[in-house]
Design a protein around this ligand. Structure first.
Ligand code: NAD
Length: 263
C-alpha cells in the first residue's frame, strides 16, 4: 500500500461553497495542494479576502448562491461541463444568523428564525440534493459544515449582552440539523458510492472581526488547548474526508474544536 497516495487528489474535481470565506479558502487551498481540480463556489467568488488566498488560484471561480437550488444546480452543471465530473462537494457557505436584538430568543421573529435555519441547514440540504445527479454514476464525497454550537449551547456569559458575535438559536439548531442530515444522507446515498460526512469547527474567529482581544481570550479559555483555531487547522479534516484515506468513513462527524465540546 502506498499510503501517501491515499491522500492524493489528482483527477478529483472538488467544489467548495463559501470558498472565499475564512475556512473555505483554506479548504480550497489544501485540496489544490494535494492535486485536486478546485472550484471556488461563492456568492462573491472573485473576492480574495485572505492574505494566503492572494497566492492561491483555483481552477475555476463560479457564482453560486446556496439560497437558490437553481443557482446550485447551474453551478454544478457548469463544473461538470468543464471538467467532466464532480467528485467532492464541501458545503461550507452559511448565512442568515441573526445579530443584535433579534439574536435573543424572546425577540426573534419567525422570519428571522426561518432565514437562519435556511442558511445553516436548508442550504446544505439543497447542496446534497442538487449534487446527486452529478455524483451518482461514479460516487463521491460530500462534506458538510456543522458547528460546535450544533453540539453544545453557547455559554452566553462569554458573549455578554449586546455582543454582535453572540450566536443565535437558529444557527445552532440548524447546525444540529446538519449533523443529523449527514447521517441520513450517508445511509441513503451509500448505494451510489457517495460518502457523506461532516466537520465541526470550534472557535475560529475570523481575524478581520476579532479586534476584541478580550472576547477572543474568553473563547480561548473555553478550549482545552487554551487558544482559538486558525483556518489552516480546519483543512486537514476536509482533506481526509475528500480523499481515499477516508474510504471507509461515512455518516460521521469530525470535531476540530481544541477540546471545547469535550469537557
Ligand atoms: N469561523 C468559525 O468560528 C466557525 C465555527 C463553527 C462553524 N463554522 C462554520 O464554518 C463555515 C465557514 O465559516 P467561516 O468562518 O469561513 O465564514 P465566512 O463568513 O468567512 O465565510 C462564509 C462564506 O460564505 C459565503 N456566502 C454567504 N452567503 C452565501 C450564499 N447565499 N451563497 C454562497 N455563498 C455564500 C460568503 O461570501 C463567505 O465567503 C460556516 O458553515 C460556519 O457556520 C465556522
Amino acid at each position: 500500500m502506498d499510503y501517501k497516495k491515499l491522500f492524493d487528489l489528482t483527477g478529483k474535481v472538488c467544489i467548495v461553497t463559501g470558498g472565499t470565506g475564512y475556512l473555505g479558502s483554506a479548504n480550497a487551498q489544501i485540496l489544490k495542494d494535494f492535486g485536486a481540480t478546485v472550484v471556488v463556489a461563492d456568492i462573491r467568488p472573485e473576492e480574495n479576502r485572505w492574505a494566503e488566498a492572494e497566492k492561491f488560484e483555483p481552477d475555476m471561480k463560479v457564482v453560486c448562491d446556496v439560497s437558490s437550488a437553481e443557482s446550485m444546480r447551474n453551478c454544478f452543471q457548469e463544473v461538470y461541463n468543464k471538467f467532466g465530473s464532480v467528485d467532492v462537494l464541501v458545503n461550507c457557505a452559511t448565512y442568515g444568523g441573526a445579530h443584535g436584538e433579534k439574536s435573543q430568543l424572546e425577540k426573534m421573529d419567525d422570519e428571522t428564525w426561518a432565514l437562519g435555519i435556511d442558511g445553516a441547514l436548508s442550504s446544505v440540504f439543497r447542496g446534497i440534493r442538487e449534487v446527486i445527479p452529478f455524483m451518482k454514476e461514479k460516487g463521491g464525497s460530500i462534506i458538510n459544515y456543522c458547528s460546535m454550537y450544533g453540539l453544545v449551547s453557547p455559554d452566553l456569559r462569554v458573549y455578554g449582552e449586546g455582543n454582535p458575535q453572540r450566536s443565535p438559536a437558529n444557527y445552532g439548531a440548524g447546525k444540529a440539523g446538519v449533523d443529523q442530515l449527514t447521517r441520513y444522507a450517508a445511509g441513503d446515498l451509500a448505494r451510489y458510492g457517495i460518502r457523506v460526512n461532516s466537520v465541526t469547527p470550534g472557535p475560529f474567529p475570523n481575524p478581520a472581526n476579532s479586534g476584541d482581544q478580550e472576547f477572543v481570550g474568553k473563547l480561548a479559555n473555553k478550549t482545552m488547548l487554551g487558544r482559538v483555531g486558525k483556518n489552516h487547522e480546519m483543512a486537514g479534516a476536509v482533506l481526509l474526508l475528500a480523499s481515499d484515506a477516508s474510504s471507509f468513513m461515512t455518516g460521521t462527524n469530525i470535531v476540530v474544536d481544541g477540546g471545547w465540546t469535550a469537557w
